[in-house]
Design a protein around this ligand. Structure first.
Ligand code: CUA
Length: 318
């Protein structure tokens, strides 16, 4: 079990795969585990038997001395070789199954940043962050890339764990057969906030996914009242725009997470806080206390009214 604090929602379990690829990987793991356990029990069993059966008893004379046993030695050389050959072919078979290219797969670029995840759907023309929405029942190709250092993308129920490496693309093939929310984490140490680079994966029925994609593709909503207008002005006049994009405004920087539909996400800072107005205010005012080292300054000098308007504005970006 992975300890994941307040932000953790889905069960995290490598033994409960939710994709055919995950099941193939899990089956191979269990088969290897069982075979290893049998070998372990055999070796320990024979050792225990010999220790007891041939222990020294009172008045025993020195036993007959023997050196080597060709038949036994050939036996315990051939048996492990056969076992390894079996495991080798099982592994090859699993690799072929999980790496089979699926025609018509939906592509998603998964880009690891210090310390958050960027998701681009080139086929759908949308970009989001930290929460990955995917449709059930459709082949998916996750293309892992790294923006700065090496990260590793791990959602236990997928079976896969693969590195995101700058300058290289690693593919993960996935197809969900049931809807659910699955949590994961970065599993390659990548700096101070490696621990807060959580993954939340939302697998949803195709129609729900299409509705989500439709909503994410739209420009962010136009501020509908004075507070929201003020919030947008605060956002655009501060250094927020140096790093973040909000579709439909002049903010289009790609350094930090895209905030066009920030209000529709469930966590802040890649899982460090639940997404509530109170937590967002805390995040903005003292991000360096909430997630020390995050590449974002504290906005603790904003006047109260401005802060309230900014929080309302960002939370309204559905
Ligand atoms: Cu990214 Cu560890």
């Amino acid at each position: 079990m992975l300890v994941c604090g307040a932000a953790c929602r889905g069960p995290i379990d490598s033994f409960a795969p939710v994709t055919p690829q995950g099941r193939a990987i899990s089956d191979l793991f269990i088969a290897t585990l069982v075979l290893s356990a049998l070998v372990f029990l055999l070796v320990v069993g024979v050792l225990a038997y010999v220790l007891v059966r041939f222990r020294e008893r009172p008045n025993d004379a020195e036993p007959r001395q023997i050196h080597g046993n060709t038949r036994l030695e050939i036996g315990w050389t051939i048996a492990p070789v056969l076992l390894l050959v079996v495991l080798f072919f099982m592994t090859i078979q699993t690799q072929r199954a999980v790496e089979a290219e699926a025609p018509g797969a939906l592509r998603v670029r998964v880009i690891g940043h210090q310390w958050w995840w960027e998701y681009q759907y080139p086929d759908l023309g949308l970009i989001t962050a930290n929460e990955l929405h995917l449709p059930v029942g459709r082949p998916l190709r996750l293309e892992l890339e790294g923006a700065d250092v090496i990260h590793s993308y791990w959602v236990p129920q997928l079976g896969w764990k693969k590195d995101t490496i700058p300058g290289k693309t690693n593919d993960i093939w996935v197809q969900f057969d049931q809807a659910g929310v699955y949590d994961g984490a970065c599993t390659e140490y990548c700096g101070a906030q490696h621990a807060w680079m959580r993954v939340r994966l939302v697998a949803e029925p195709a129609d729900q996914f299409d509705a989500w994609a439709e909503q994410q593709r739209r420009p962010s909503p136009t501020p509908a009242n004075d507070t929201l207008r003020r919030g947008q002005a605060v956002f655009l006049q501060n250094t927020c725009v140096n790093c973040h994009a909000v579709a439909g405004t002049l903010a289009n920087a790609r350094v930090g997470p895209d905030l066009s539909h920030f209000g529709s996400r469930t966590t802040i800072g890649s899982g460090v806080l639940e997404n509530t107005p109170e937590n967002l205010r805390r995040w903005l005012a003292e991000v360096q206390r909430v997630k020390p080292g995050a590449l974002m300054p504290n906005y603790n000098t904003l006047p109260d009214d401005d802060m309230r308007a900014l929080v309302d504005y960002l939370e309204g970006l559905k």
